[in-house]
Design a protein around this ligand. Structure first.
Ligand code: NAP
Ligand code: GLV
Length: 312
């Protein structure tokens, strides 16, 4: 089997080296300098493949994505229609995402934004009321691989947590589930911090909007660590100006890197991070890709299958 590896972020070659070590029996070619005959390539491991990447890959059966979110790959104009797509499931990202979200939730619950402002003004702000974790309700949009791991960490830290999904699911103890459009309407009015961990699809594009913000508890906090396309950026600024929201922690943006002139950089109510909430770890990612390559060879069970019709 011949496999083509494409990951421009793998600057030190550690991912490719780990993949070759995990699959010594496979022929692994590095894009772009080792592509060779394109019709010999049966599988590809990709991060963000360039526009002409799939040209001539006429025998491609499986594409292994080195990321959890498949939105960019699904919108690739050259994506072969019949190849199976496999994404990363956790692969060690859940722990990193849980740290990121826990930081944001603590920031909101302990009112560190207000305390920092008071500190800059040399104000001894004993009037800033800080509710206990048990009274700060967190709502997560999504109840998938990462949302569940994040929810567990928050529950372990004393927060009441609710997750919202498309389909009914059985969630770990202490996590309340809400389903579908009506479920979202029921969940939002109770939420102090809202976390977005949805895939970007036609149905979820722009979901973080004025309409949604208006349903949250007044003064709620927003954490978006999924995709920039989920957020209507001008609606966020309007909700902050109106006091409907008190702040936001944003890891993802409609345009990345966030343009220099973007108003979010200057807004003290918004914390901008450069899409690093949960990078794909080398060991976990390669372990998953290699397990799937082996499973394909022997007809075993695959993990991370992307359902093209659902969009995730
Ligand atoms: P996942 O396992 O596929 O989970 C997605 C969840 O979203 C599922 O619970 C799904 O519901 C729910 N969902 C999808 N469409 C919905 C809809 N229309 N209404 C309600 N719920 C809906 O995905 P994951 O592995 O947890 O990853 C989530 C996202 O995190 C990725 O897609 C990616 O965009 C983002 N991410 C960001 C970073 C970063 O560093 N910032 C890192 C990794 C991932 P069902 O359970 O009913 O299907
Ligand atoms: C990162 O954003 C990912 O989807 O893995």
């Amino acid at each position: 089997m011949t496999l083509l590896f494409q990951c421009e972020g793998d600057t030190d070659g550690s991912m490719l080296q780990a993949l070759r070590a995990a699959l010594p029996e496979q022929q692994i070619r590095r894009w772009p300098d080792e592509v060779g005959r394109r019709d010999e390539i049966e599988q590809a491991v990709v991060w963000m493949p360039p526009e002409d990447f799939f040209d001539g890959l006429t025998h491609l059966t499986h594409i292994h994505l080195l990321a959890a979110g498949a939105d960019q790959l699904l919108s690739h104009p050259g994506l072969p229609p019949s190849a199976s797509l496999l994404r990363l499931e956790d692969a060690g990202m859940g722990d990193r995402m849980a740290e990121y979200v826990l930081y944001g939730v603590l920031h909101a619950q302990r009112r560190f934004g207000d305390l920092a402002e008071a500190s800059r003004a040399r104000r001894w702000a004993r009037d800033i009321a800080v509710p206990p974790a048990t009274e700060h309700r967190v709502g997560i949009l999504g109840a998938g691989v990462l949302a569940t791991l994040v929810a567990r960490r928050l529950v372990a830290n004393g927060y009441p947590v609710a997750c919202w999904s498309r389909s009914e699911k059985s969630l770990p103890d202490g996590i309340r589930g809400y389903v579908g459009k009506q479920g979202l309407v029921s969940m939002l009015p109770h939420i102090d911090t809202l976390v977005c961990l949805l895939p970007l699809t036609e149905a979820t594009h722009g979901i973080l909007s004025a309409e949604l913000f208006a349903k949250l508890r007044p003064g709620a906090y927003l954490i978006n660590c999924a995709r920039g396309g989920h957020l209507c950026e001008t609606d966020l600024t309007a909700a902050l100006d109106a006091g409907q929201l008190t702040g936001a922690l944003l890891d993802v943006f409609q345009r990345e890197p966030l343009p220099q002139a973007h108003p979010f950089w200057q807004d003290p109510r918004i914390t901008v991070t450069p899409h690093l909430a949960a990078p794909s770890p080398v060991a976990g990612s390669i372990e998953q890709v290699a397990a799937n390559v082996r499973a394909i060879a022997c007809g075993g069970e695959l993990s991370g299958i992307v359902d093209r019709s659902r969009g995730y």
